[in-house]
Unconditional design. Structure first.
Length: 205
């Protein structure tokens, strides 16, 4: 791809580093930016800069937040004894959109994936186990994507929980194997949460 401007080339190169964005799509985005008012572009740039510099992670659930404890964890109407274990903020948003879950979340920050060099030590598993050890939790719901990596992570955590007298369940398999949670429709995901089943049943089925 030949560019008539070094500045244009640099901008396209940066946009193309985003996941799912090729050089042609990056070029369309950059050219669109050039058509916008300078104030619009400045607001866009400021929003990205503020996001990177100001974003926090909730001290309790590890979800992305603007403050130390996110709005969900600080909401007294939520069931603090029931934790839904998810991969990242996209899954929190997907479950929240169903309006079927009234507990709290625990965001792992990923799933175990040896192929990508991600082990248990790279995830927020220890803090989850600490909550259980402290008696803060009566039920854990696994809501990771039904991929090989998600199932591996579920099983790893389940084995770590066997010595604790808590309920461990998983969302019902309304989500097809290999599906990412964020792409499930709200009705299917909502039913999967409501009709969750004991994890032991899931691994024996």
């Amino acid at each position: 791809m030949n560019f008539s401007s070094k500045l244009l080339e640099q901008a396209v190169e940066e946009f193309s580093k985003l996941p799912g964005i090729g050089k042609k799509t990056a070029l369309r985005l950059v050219l669109n930016m050039l058509k916008r008012e300078k104030d619009d572009v400045n607001r866009f740039a400021t929003a990205i800069k503020d996001l990177r510099e100001g974003i926090r992670y909730c001290l309790k659930c590890h979800n992305i937040s603007d403050v130390e404890v996110c709005q969900l964890c600080s909401n007294p109407s939520r069931d603090a004894f029931t934790l839904c274990v998810v991969e990242d903020i996209r899954d929190v948003m997907a479950v929240e959109n169903t309006q079927q879950f009234k507990g709290l979340y625990h965001v792992l920050g990923g799933v175990i994936s040896p192929m990508e060099g991600i082990g248990p030590q790279h995830l927020s598993i220890d803090s989850l186990l600490q909550k259980v050890a402290n008696g803060e939790v009566t039920e854990i719901i696994f809501a990771l994507s039904s991929t090989m990596e998600g199932d591996t992570t579920n099983f790893y955590i389940f084995k770590k929980l066997t010595n604790y007298a808590i309920k461990v369940s998983t969302i019902a398999r309304g989500i097809a194997f290999g599906d990412e949670l964020e792409y499930a429709d709200e009705i299917t995901l909502g039913r999967s949460i409501v009709n969750r089943l004991p994890y032991e049943n899931a691994i024996n089925s």
